[in-house]
Design a binder for this molecule. Structure first.
Ligand SMILES: Cc1cc2nc3c(=O)[nH]c(=O)nc-3n(C[C@H](O)[C@H](O)[C@H](O)COP(=O)(O)O)c2cc1C
Length: 161
């Protein structure tokens, strides 16, 4: 039997009784290229800290850039991005979008990770064009596409339809 494709809407995860949920998207230039131990170190720290602090999200990197979505309690996310923005492994940090949210879109990943391949187009191009001045609909679309990518490529098999 053929199952319908899982959509982001099907996996949003709301929480009750918790502090205000918040999501933030930023972009920054990467100091080092992908496929070095630097990203492994970042992911190790992120998995440990985010796991202990109910922070979820996704980190995408291209040759020269990071784009990261972070979700969690507002002050926890804001404290973390202050640290990230000072990290020497990135520069030219820019907040693109942040707001309170009703439900997580990245609840499966304390920090998902994807390296954009040279032959990928579409989403990487749209991420590349994204700035703080982009239309809110474009920012929402980018977050949505990241969630769809995470779901399609990095989801637990048991959660796939
Ligand atoms: C692109 C990028 C993303 C990062 N994401 C996270 C993250 O999600 N969670 C985290 O704890 N640290 C993350 N870090 C690492 C932090 O910047 C920092 O090194 C770590 O939190 C340890 O902080 P400390 O050295 O001040 O103790 C990231 C670093 C970079 C460069």
């Amino acid at each position: 039997m053929k199952h319908a494709k899982t959509k982001v809407e099907d996996i949003t995860c709301s929480e009750t009784g918790s502090a205000m949920l918040f999501r933030l998207l930023y972009k920054a230039k990467a100091t080092y290229p992908p496929y070095t131990f630097h990203d492994l170190d970042i992911l190790r720290a992120a998995t440990e800290f985010n796991g202990a602090n109910q922070i979820t999200g996704f980190l995408v990197r291209s040759q020269h850039e990071y784009v990261q979505v972070l979700e969690g309690e507002r002050s926890a996310v804001l404290d973390l991005v202050q640290r990230i923005a000072r990290d020497q492994r990135l520069f030219d940090y820019r907040d693109i979008w942040s707001d309170k949210i009703e439900a997580r879109m990245f609840s499966q990943w304390h920090m998902g990770y994807h390296i954009i391949g040279r032959q990928e187009n579409g989403l990487p191009h749209r991420l590349n064009l994204l700035t703080v001045n982009s239309a809110p609909s474009l920012k929402q679309r980018a977050i949505h596409e990241l969630a769809q990518l995470a779901l399609e490529r990095y989801s637990e098999p048991s959660l796939q339809q």
